[in-house]
Structure formats: structure tokens, C-alpha cells
Ligand binder design. Structure first.
Ligand code: ATP
Ligand code: MG
Ligand code: MG
Ligand code: MG
Length: 469
């Protein structure tokens, strides 16, 4: 049974053999793209090659790219612990053509790697295409011998990728594996598609169009390929598992969490161990790439993930900080492929421990307040925004942590009420400043601070740099 480390190598070697440059993963903080919170797909580091702005001495590349999807348009934070296939941190295996080969090679590469090198059972595979992409349908039929009913035509943006509102775009094709009727879910395009029976493993994007401000589109002269396959998903498949969290690497982290907390990895605590294993990876890699916990922007996303993990450790009964104790296990498994992890090990451990110690001081009291509030509520009622705000303001509970805690109980937060309480507090702070007699200076300060916050959070609403769809 190949390990994830071996599968990564097989992938990169396959494309190396087919004349692709093996390029290292870029950092999780995009180098020159303030609109993007974190690198969320393999194409991010190649954006300027696709638009033709930049040229390099290769026109084909392959990578295993570190990705975080915990903010912005691609946010899988709420899926972690609940689906078999989502992480906040994962590796995206990809092959890229910058004006070199196109569909008629990209589809055969993918199919041959999956069915010949990886020996996946062809009868379990099916694909989606964009509804108008007859060319892709033809190649799937001819090269893979797929019957029409396993080439599903989709008319939504799920199968039409774009880099942003304008610029390169084009149809894509997604390859799915059917894990069988014992698992809930339906084929793509069906009402049950969000289930985990049919799992998307690989997404191939065909950049063949350019879109302009007025919405019109033309064919690109330079046609390109951008693909992404989750290492953990293909890993699960090749290890005969259905669930990403049962792969060797994730399983070792889950066991490290089980040892550190003394809670059975497979009993009721399993979901908490999964969240901890996942969040350990995203927080450690973010710190290794220079993000530190803070109250805004990227640092706040990091803090949110850390605190969420800490609440789950608390639910396992942990009295003392846990996360930092799991770092050696992560470094042992991933440090060779990502040397930055080992180099930053001491910093990662210190940062996690300090944050957990600090948060511990308010976590217990916050959770008690939350329980008290819940007792006051009638069945199914949402938690009032003011209570959620108090948890945020006084106890350091990020909103999504409170939402995560309530989700287990089938409840929600009144988010509009939370926002209103937040606005009210800002207004009060502003008024208090005005009262000091330094109103002019203070208002400049507030504007600056709000603008600063706004730019830092730009990524949430206006993210333009989409990865693979
Ligand atoms: P899904 O529909 O399952 O959420 P996606 O269409 O959002 O996946 P893409 O943006 O196409 O995913 O990313 C390319 C590949 O990366 C996917 O086919 C999948 O194998 C993998 N992938 C995407 N999101 C995650 C995640 N959160 N955790 C692990 N792997 C992921
Ligand atoms: Mg997704
Ligand atoms: Mg998808
Ligand atoms: Mg996809």
C-alpha cells in the first residue's frame, strides 16, 4: 500500500517523465497578491504565466502545492470533521501547460496515470464536463472508452472556471470515484451530490477563453491547462479507504492526538481527533510560512483555526495544552517533503503553546457562559447576537468557534445581531475617543484602522484569484 509520500513522488515522476518541470510548492501566503488570503490551488504561483505577462524557460510544470481553504470564497473550515474529503490544509497535485499541450493530451495524461500507474478500477470512475464542451466528451469517449452515462454534462459554474471577473477562463472536467451504495450521496448534478459516495478526485481546467468587462468572451490564442488533485483523496483511494482521515498520514496524527489526550481514537472522540489532526497541519504550515496569530487579516484566520482546535482538545478532556505536543509527529511525517516545517518547529511549538495557554484562561468561563445562555433558550432558538458578541469580546471566542460549538447541538447564532453588537461597540469606541478633546486626530486614527482592517479582510468578499474551481 503506497504511503502519501510515495504517491506524491509517483505523481511528480509521472509528469517529470512527460517533460514537465518539477517546481517546488510556493508559500501559503501568496507573494504578490493582496486579494488572496491564502494559496488555495496549484495555479496561484503560475498566474502570470497563464496570462502571458511572464515567461519562463519551461512551458509545462508539475507541483504538489500546499493549500489552505479556511477563508475567502473557498472556505472548507466548516466541512472539517463532517465530510470524508475536506481539510483546511491539503496538498494539491497538479500539472500545468502554459500555451503548450491542451485537452487532447491533458485528459489522456490523467486517465493513464489513474488507470495504468495507479491501477484504479476503470468501472468506478466517472466524469463531469461543461455542458457545451463536446470536444472533451469526445476525448473521454475515445481515449477512456467512457460510455455517455458516465460523462455527465453540467451547466453551472462548477464546470466553468475563471481566474476572476475578467481574464482567462474556460470549461473544466472533474473526475469522480464511486465508493459504492453503502455510502450516502448521489452522482454530480443530482440532489445528493454533496454526499460522500461520489468523491471528486481530480479537476482539469481548460483555459481557452478570455472574458472582458462587458461579459463578452473570445477564444484565447494561447490555450493552457491547469489541473488539481487532492493528495489525501487519491491517497485514500489507493489505500483502499473511503475517508481521507484514514490515510496513513492523517491516521498517524489522529493517533498522536489520541495518545496526547488519552482518548480512544475511534470512539466518540473521533470527530474531535479529526479536527485536531487537520487544524494541526494548517496552523503549523501557516506559522512556518510566516503567519502569526493576531486580531486581523491572515493572523486572525490562523487564530480562529487554533482556537477551534483547542476547544476540541478541551472536549476530549485535555487540561493542559495539547497542540504543541503533536508537532513532532507532523514534522516526522511531512518534514522531508517540506523542510520549512522542521526549520520552524521550535517557533510552531512555542506559538501553539502560548496561544493555548492564553486561551485556556477564558475558554472554560466562556463555555460555561455559553451553556447558561443555551439553557435560557427555547427549543431550537438561535443564540442571541449579544451573547455571541460577549463571547467574542470578553472571552476571545471567534464567531465561527461559537457556531461550531452550537452546530453539535443543532443550533445557530443570530449573526445579524452579532454584527449589530459589533457595530455598536465600534461606534461607542469612536465616541469615547471624540470625548478626549483630540477628536481630529482620533478620527484619522479610526479611519486608518478601519481601512486597514478592510484591506486585510478584502480576501473574504472580493477574492478574484480563484484556483481550480
Ligand atoms: P469539492 O467539490 O469536493 O469541494 P472542489 O471542486 O472545491 O472539491 P477544486 O477546487 O476543484 O475542489 O480543487 C481541486 C482538487 O483538490 C479537488 O478535485 C480535490 O481533489 C482537492 N480538494 C479540494 N478541496 C479540498 C479540501 N478542502 N480538502 C482536501 N482536498 C481538496
Ligand atoms: Mg470545494
Ligand atoms: Mg467540486
Ligand atoms: Mg473541482
Amino acid at each position: 500500500m503506497p504511503t502519501l509520500n510515495e504517491i506524491r513522488s509517483t505523481f511528480l515522476n509521472f509528469f517529470d517523465r512527460n517533460d514537465h518541470e518539477v517546481v517546488a510548492s510556493s508559500p501559503l501566503v501568496p507573494r504578490n497578491d493582496p486579494t488572496l488570503m491564502f494559496t488555495n490551488s496549484g495555479m496561484v504561483q503560475f498566474k502570470n504565466l497563464f496570462t502571458g505577462v511572464e515567461k519562463r524557460d519551461y512551458s509545462r510544470a508539475t507541483t504538489s502545492q500546499k493549500c489552505v481553504r479556511a477563508g475567502g470564497k473557498h472556505n472548507d473550515l466548516d466541512n472539517v470533521g463532517y465530510t470524508a474529503r475536506h481539510h483546511t490544509f491539503f496538498e494539491m497535485l497538479g500539472n500545468f501547460s502554459f500555451g503548450d499541450y491542451f485537452k487532447s493530451d491533458a485528459i489522456p495524461y490523467a486517465w493513464d496515470l489513474l488507470t495504468k500507474d495507479f491501477e484504479i478500477d476503470k468501472s468506478k470512475l466517472l466524469v463531469t464536463i461543461y455542458h457545451t464542451d463536446d470536444e472533451a466528451a469526445e476525448i473521454w469517449k475515445k481515449h477512456a472508452g467512457l460510455p455517455d452515462e458516465r460523462i455527465i454534462r453540467i451547466a453551472t459554474d462548477d464546470n466553468f472556471w475563471s481566474m476572476g471577473p475578467t481574464g482567462p477562463c474556460g470549461p473544466c472536467t472533474e473526475i469522480f470515484y464511486d465508493h459504492g451504495p453503502d455510502i450516502w450521496g448521489g452522482p454530480p448534478g443530482s440532489p445528493e451530490e454533496d454526499g460522500d459516495r461520489f468523491i471528486e478526485i481530480w479537476n482539469l481546467v481548460f483555459m481557452q477563453n478570455e472574458r472582458f468587462e462587458d461579459g463578452s468572451m473570445v477564444d484565447l490564442d494561447m490555450q493552457s491547462i491547469d489541473t488539481g488533485m487532492g493528495l489525501e483523496r487519491i491517497g485514500a483511494l489507493l489505500q483502499g479507504k473511503h475517508d481521507n482521515y484514514d490515510t496513513d498520514l492523517m491516521r498517524n496524527l489522529i493517533e498522536a492526538s489520541a495518545n496526547a489526550t488519552n482518548v480512544d481514537p475511534d470512539g466518540d472522540g473521533n470527530v474531535h481527533h479529526r479536527v485536531i489532526a487537520d487544524h494541526l497541519r494548517s496552523t503549523s504550515f501557516l506559522i512556518a510560512d510566516g503567519v502569526m496569530p493576531s486580531n486581523e487579516g491572515r493572523g486572525y484566520v490562523l487564530r480562529r483555526i487554533m482556537r477551534r482546535a483547542m476547544r476540541h482538545a478541551h472536549l476530549l478532556g485535555a487540561q493542559d495544552p495539547v497542540m504543541h505536543r503533536l508537532v513532532p509527529s507532523l514534522v516526522a511525517q511531512m518534514g522531508q517533503a517540506f523542510p520549512e516545517l522542521g526549520q520552524a518547529q521550535a517557533l510552531i511549538e512555542e506559538t501553539l503553546e502560548l496561544e493555548e495557554k492564553r486561551f485556556k484562561q477564558t475558554l472554560d468561563r466562556g463555555l460555561r457562559l455559553l451553556d447558561d445562555e443555551l439553557e435560557k433558550l427555547s427549543d431550537g432558538a438561535a443564540l442571541p447576537g449579544e451573547a455571541a458578541f460577549k463571547l467574542y469580546d470578553t472571552y476571545g471566542f471567534p464567531l465561527d468557534l461559537t457556531q461550531d460549538a452550537l452546530r453539535e447541538k443543532g443550533r445557530e447564532v443570530d449573526v445579524a445581531g452579532f454584527d449589530a453588537a459589533m457595530d455598536e461597540q465600534k461606534a461607542k469606541a469612536r465616541a469615547a475617543w471624540a470625548g478626549t478633546g483630540e477628536a481630529a486626530d482620533a478620527s484619522v486614527w479610526f479611519e486608518l484602522s478601519e481601512q486597514h482592517e478592510a484591506t486585510d479582510f478584502l480576501g473574504y468578499d472580493t477574492e478574484t484569484a480563484e484556483g481550480v474551481v
